[in-house]
Design a protein around this ligand. Sequence first.
Ligand code: P6P
Length: 338
Amino acid sequence: MSGNRLVTLNEFIIEKQSQFPYAKGELSRLLSHIGIAAKIVHREVNKAGLVDILGEVGAVNVQGESQKKLDVFADEQFIGALKGSSECCGIASEENQDIVTFDDDLAKNGRYIVTIDPLDGSSNIDVNVSIGTIFAIFRRVTPIGHKAEEIDFLQEGNRQVAAGYIIYGSSTMLVYTTGRGVNGFTLDPSIGEFCLSHRLIKTPETGEIYSINEGNYIKFPKGVKKYIKYCQENDKQTDRPYSSRYIGSLVADFHRNLLKGGIFLYPITENNPNGKLRLLYECNPIAFLAEQAGGKATDGRGNRILDIKPEALHQRVPFYVGSRNMVDKAEEMISIYE
Ligand code: P6P
């Protein structure tokens, strides 16, 4: 709210655009189009239990239309919005094995590429648990006017120009950064606008929440087991009151920790020797947001997530993200016991 007036996402984007004197509005248009797709997905997510949207791909609903799983629906909505922005020449999506290039002349002149997980945690939708969309925006490295190529998508996360997520929860929020802090916008369905609700989010340097799937405990490296025990032991001196909170939806777990302080860990396990989470469209955007809010994101081996050079579109990495002091402590224990 500037004064008492609501600030909408578009007003905020345009206001901030003036801080980039050479910006011609391309990034602004891209972000606005993401906001439009988010509203459409919000509408379907919120009634998913009532319509056939949960059906398997290829099934036929009562009207004889081919049913779409919600994540395929979300993928189509975001691809359509990004293509329609005419600022994006292609995307890498969790839902598509290969990059999706937009080959019309207008889009080939787009300066940006987007990596996206259109609906992360969609297995939770059937049980009404919060899910999310995660996206990252880069400038293309191939010449404008040509089709996007895979090399455009294999850039280190430190080259992101923007990143964000939409969380479809008790309310729908869009949280994003362009490298000048993290701002959160809550969707007001009565006016169909995302309105600024969390200005310049700063995550606490330490917190009292640790988020990890303890069902994998026996498969964790020794240092991770030691860190979990550290979080659970009551230290008489500090009376460390850690709580375990794990939703199983990255955006929901991260969003809570971002606001309250905490650490999210997805380590390597025997089943996932490189971790489970994807570098391009889960870890990089979340890491950018975490750092912009004063937090930290590493692979548990001292490597900053944003400095990892991607080798493949769907590459997985171990992921430790959240309050700076907590990530440091986890790293310390992993290095001691590894
Ligand atoms: P697990 C959801 O499937 C997801 O990709 C993330 O949103 C979430 O953090 C993680 O996987 C949960 O994985 O193995 O604990 O169920």
